[in-house]
Ligand binder design. Structure first.
Ligand code: BEZ
Length: 269
């Protein structure tokens, strides 16, 4: 066996015959109380081009995404209630992700065989027993990828005490690194959210977030609280008044505030 440590999670991983010990923990660093932590991925980091076994075979994530945006969402375990409702919802609204040019891929610490078996339950939950799950699931049964990507949940363990994957969402952009000379798509981390196992996510919110990310990748605007597509947007603070007037032909309205500072600037795109 080998001892695996990911952040504050320590667990024993059984080695199979002839299995090499991979130094997956080379990125462990020390936190403010001296505890080991994973530095994790920061917004704007290029997403690691990992290889993984999935329900559609072995993939390299950048090749799988091609020139699309990507959403990678992990769940704690197959054959569990909340995860089933989440993946069923993701399947029901998969056309909405497709419309936005976003490829979906799920991940948990179960095997490909379990994923394939459970996918049938997920589609049956949607009363669509004849249709396949419309996105692949990564099988991270060795937990190496979850460790590398900081996706384990320290508070949730299986019956053998092994950590489960958290409900983690990573959204990756596909922005050409040079708009004139097309060099190739950058797979940059644009958003990362993390929920505990006991709280299911809101996939409508993920679509709303993608709408905001794709809009703000194109235009010098930011989206305010509870924004929805076609609502007014806010002019980013770094734009001067003259630049804002030139960029937004529908005009810019500024809300007066006691400080007298003119930072609450709205426009309709
Ligand atoms: C669930 O998907 O229902 C679940 C999984 C792990 C812990 C708690 C709930």
């Amino acid at each position: 066996d080998r001892i695996v440590q990911a952040g504050r999670i320590v667990y024993r991983q059984p080695l199979q015959a002839n299995q090499q010990v991979t130094p997956v923990l080379s990125r462990v660093s020390v936190g403010c109380r001296g505890e080991p932590t994973m530095p994790g991925l920061l917004l704007g980091d290029e997403f690691p081009n990992f290889e993984a076994d999935t329900t559609i075979g072995r993939i390299k994530i950048h090749d799988f995404l091609g020139s699309s945006w990507g959403i990678l969402f992990s769940h704690p375990k197959d054959f569990t209630p909340v995860c089933t409702t989440e993946l069923a919802c993701a399947a029901r609204i998969s056309d909405e992700f497709k419309k936005r040019g976003v490829k979906m891929i799920a991940l948990s610490i179960d095997s490909v065989e379990d994923h394939r078996h459970w996918s049938k339950d997920v589609m049956a939950f949607n009363s669509e027993t004849e249709s396949p799950l419309p996105f692949p699931i990564i099988a991270d049964d060795k937990r190496e990828l979850s460790v590398q990507l900081g996706m384990l949940d320290p508070d949730e363990r299986d019956k053998d005490g092994m950590p489960l994957t958290a409900r983690c969402v990573r959204i990756l952009s596909s922005v050409l690194s040079c708009p004139v000379f097309v060099i190739g798509p950058d797979k940059k981390l644009k958003l990362s959210i993390l929920y505990p196992a006991t709280t299911g996510r809101n996939f409508d919110e993920l679509l709303r977030v993608i709408d905001s990310l794709q809009l703000t990748a194109q235009k010098k605007v930011a989206t305010p609280v509870n924004w929805k597509p076609n609502d007014k947007v806010m002019v980013i603070p770094s734009l001067s008044e003259a630049e804002a007037t030139a960029l937004f032909p529908n005009g810019v309205t500024t809300k007066e505030v006691p400080s007298g500072k003119k930072y609450l600037r709205y426009t309709q795109l």
